[in-house]
Design a protein around this ligand. Structure first.
Ligand SMILES: C[S@@+](CC[C@H](N)C(=O)[O-])C[C@H]1O[C@@H](n2cnc3c(N)ncnc32)[C@H](O)[C@@H]1O
Length: 288
């Protein structure tokens, strides 16, 4: 499995002042030393999840049009004036950015977005939240996994949100609603307005300790024992590492799965509290 520091094509843009690459390198080495596979996985729930969802390598019909949209965005000559409310605001990235650069830097790579698709496909949540839309590529995967569920996605930059709406229209996704504005202001009222619980939440905006834990606490109040939370970039920085440690330690959390770039969180009642660090094998080995 190869290591690529977050930033550039793999995450929030990296700028001159970014000291996170070194942190990520050591975190990755630590991960590689600790990560296991299906062998010796004694939890039937995690064994089944690992072998049939995490390491699944099949293609679904929904993937091709979303990847065609990604290629179109990567080839786009357009530029956007970007208001960055998250951790990327410290990177020195300019306010005017090429759409192609945003698609390369912010969107989850296909294999990761496809893992989210499979998770939604497996757990069949009625309501999916995505904190951090960007151009809407991962939202499209979350929405395409089941057209009967509702996806609510949050984006702080109005111009980026407009580009995401174009993605949803191009892919004819009728089950997505985008909430525009700072998550600090929009998340609580959106959660309060949900008709049911927050069944599946993908945390991918504002990669700092305090807001990550605050958004986690807000979503916790709306979870059930069956909810699934997915945190992106858990080893991106020392701050995100601290946030991930606090999330794992939370009394409501029973099972966590660290896949390095994302962390999966479960609240299943009756399950002993256990933390798994797992690597992707076979055709997936080397995708991140
Ligand atoms: C890493 S990108 C999301 C990528 C997207 N989930 C995907 O995989 O295609 C993070 C996004 O979160 C947005 N964001 C960051 N902080 C925010 C905040 N406080 N409120 C609302 N949006 C925020 C940024 O504008 C950016 O578009």
């Amino acid at each position: 499995m190869s290591f690529r520091p977050r930033g550039g094509p793999w995450g929030p843009p990296r700028g001159r002042n970014d000291n996170n690459a070194l942190h990520q390198l050591f975190a990755y080495l630590r991960f590689r030393l600790r990560a296991g596979n299906a062998h010796g996985l004694h939890s039937p729930f995690v064994y089944n999840l690992y072998t049939t969802v995490i390491c699944h390598d099949g293609a679904f019909a929904a993937f091709a049009p979303i990847e065609a949209r990604r290629r179109a965005l990567l080839a786009s000559p357009d530029r956007l004036t970007v208001t960055d409310l998250g951790a990327g605001s410290h990177t020195g990235a300019g306010r005017v950015r090429r759409v192609a650069d945003i698609a390369r830097a912010a969107a989850k790579p296909p294999r990761l977005a496809q893992l989210l698709f499979r998770l939604v496909n497996r757990f069949r949540p009625a309501t999916v939240l995505e904190l951090g839309t960007s151009l809407g590529l991962t939202t499209a995967y979350l929405a395409a996994a089941d057209s009967r569920h509702r996806v609510v996605t949050f984006e702080g930059c109005p111009n980026v949100a407009a580009a995401a709406r174009d993605t949803f229209a191009a892919l004819r996704l009728g089950n997505v609603e985008i909430v525009e504005g700072n998550l600090d202001d929009t998340l609580a009222p959106a959660l309060a307005a949900l008709p049911g619980p927050a069944d599946f939440v993908f945390f991918d905006g504002n990669h700092r300790r305090e807001p990550t834990l605050r958004y986690f606490a807000q979503c916790l109040a709306h979870r059930t024992d069956e909810s699934v939370f997915v945190f992106d970039d858990i080893h991106w920085s020392a701050e995100m590492e601290q946030a991930w440690a606090a999330i794992k330690a939370h009394p409501a959390v029973t099972v966590t799965v660290d896949l390095f770039y994302v962390g999966l969180v479960f609240f299943r009642r009756g399950q002993p509290k256990q933390h798994f660090t797992l690597r992707l094998e076979g055709p997936h080995d080397g995708w991140i």
